[in-house]
Design a protein around this ligand. Structure first.
Ligand code: PHB
Length: 394
């Protein structure tokens, strides 16, 4: 491959010289570089998700090199501040002016949805590293997801609760795509197994004030309160849960793992011990691949703990590298999507794949409990549901 490229390079140089039209250095570099646009919230309330995804991407490149199939992979980072109009505008700019072969990132569902028409029209593969609403991947054939979907993460918790003595629950979710998905998935599975949902509460995404909602949830006296907020709001949510004494009141606090996201979990206190979640990633996952990932991430980032956003960035980069390896470095959008379909690998999270039909992520979902380990709070996995697909897009 390398030899062929060298030969081709030499041949075009030679003919260029003969014709007096030697390709300029930037033009040559262009042919040998694959640009990957990364668009996420790097500032504003969602900034921790953008930062962690990018740290995952950077680590992947640091440990695996920045060249694949003879092409140098250049990541172009853009901050959409969490505003969908910005995401769309930046995606257009990156595709038209920078000629990126991929876009990636997406801290929130509306930001991913905003680029669907742009990527469809330009046939640009887009790798979703965070956004988790079920329908996103149905909005363009050029989406592939390596993060999670809320129904995929939620149903195992609903099932575990119903089978472990929880008879009644109140749900409190953030009032937008992923929250509504988790509310629906929880109610569906929990009631199917005989549980009763006493109330369904929704808090706004912007500047949420959780206290009044938590009060109403507690007043209903359920066996469990099921919570979903985007991972960036885990700290403020759990502080309110603790401040209202809910973790000590006998009611079970349950949810998808967004509410005990690893980075913010470090600064919570022992009041959150015992919080139960179902999720695809814990920094405490015991595999060798994850131990190495966590150790290298800490080393590269001032001993900071990686969370599920970071693993999304890591795996997104892996998917891009593997797709390019399969196409021999060709960046045609349809060829790349063909290469992404059915791709399967060992991630720090465990075995995962991209479903060939839906282009959505298939992975193990673990049941975890917050425990103290080596002096720090972690989500400790104690049960697992293998290779879960999004239940709404099978
Ligand atoms: C989303 O907006 O889809 C989203 C963001 C953060 C999460 C989960 C879902 O933790």
């Amino acid at each position: 491959m390398l030899r062929r490229q060298l030969l081709l390079g030499a041949a075009s140089l030679a003919t260029g010289v003969v014709a007096g039209l030697a390709p300029s250095a930037p033009a040559l570099a262009q042919q040998q570089t694959v640009k990957v646009g990364f668009i996420a919230a790097m500032t504003g309330p969602q900034a921790s998700s953008g930062r962690q995804m990018l740290q995952g991407i950077r680590l992947y490149q640091a440990l695996n090199g920045d060249t694949v199939a003879g092409k140098k992979i250049e990541v172009i980072v853009r901050d959409d501040t969490g505003v969908a109009d910005q995401t769309r505008r930046i995606a257009q700019e990156l595709i038209v002016n920078e000629k990126v072969a991929f876009i990636s990132g997406f801290s929130l569902t509306p930001l991913a949805l905003a680029v669907a028409p742009v990527i469809t029209q330009s046939k640009t593969p887009a790798i979703i590293m965070t956004a988790g609403t079920s329908i996103i991947t149905a909005q363009s054939p050029y989406f592939a997801r390596v993060s999670f979907t809320l129904p995929q993460q939620t149903m195992p918790m609903a099932e575990w609760a119903a089978k472990n003595g929880v008879k009644t629950a109140v749900t409190l979710v953030t009032d937008y795509g992923p929250g509504l998905d988790s509310e629906k998935a929880f109610a569906e599975k929990f009631t199917e197994l005989g549980g009763k949902v006493l109330a369904q509460l929704r808090a706004p995404l912007a500047n949420p004030e959780f206290a009044p909602f938590l009060q109403r949830a507690a007043d209903a006296k359920p066996d469990a309160i099921f919570l979903f907020v985007p991972g960036t709001q885990a700290g403020p949510l759990m502080r309110q849960v603790v401040d209202r004494g809910l973790t000590k009141s006998g009611v079970k606090i349950i949810g998808p793992g967004d509410i005990t996201e690893d980075e913010q979990l470090v600064s919570m206190d022992d009041s959150v011990l015992g919080v139960l979640t179902s999720h695809f990633y814990s920094a405490a996952h015991g595999s060798d691949a994850n131990k190495r990932f966590v150790a290298e991430f800490r080393k590269a980032n001032n001993n900071q703990r990686p969370n599920f956003f970071a693993v999304g960035g890591w795996d997104g980069m892996h998917a891009i590298y593997e797709a390019l390896r399969k196409t021999n470095g060709e960046t045609d959008g349809d060829k790349i999507m063909g290469a992404l379909r059915g791709l399967e690998w060992d991630s720090p999270r465990g075995r995962m794949s991209i479903d060939p039909q839906t282009r959505d992520v298939v992975q193990d979902v673990y049941i975890r409990r917050v425990e103290r380990r080596d002096g720090e709070l972690y989500n400790i996995e104690f049960d697992v549901v293998r290779q879960v697909k999004d239940p709404y897009r099978k």
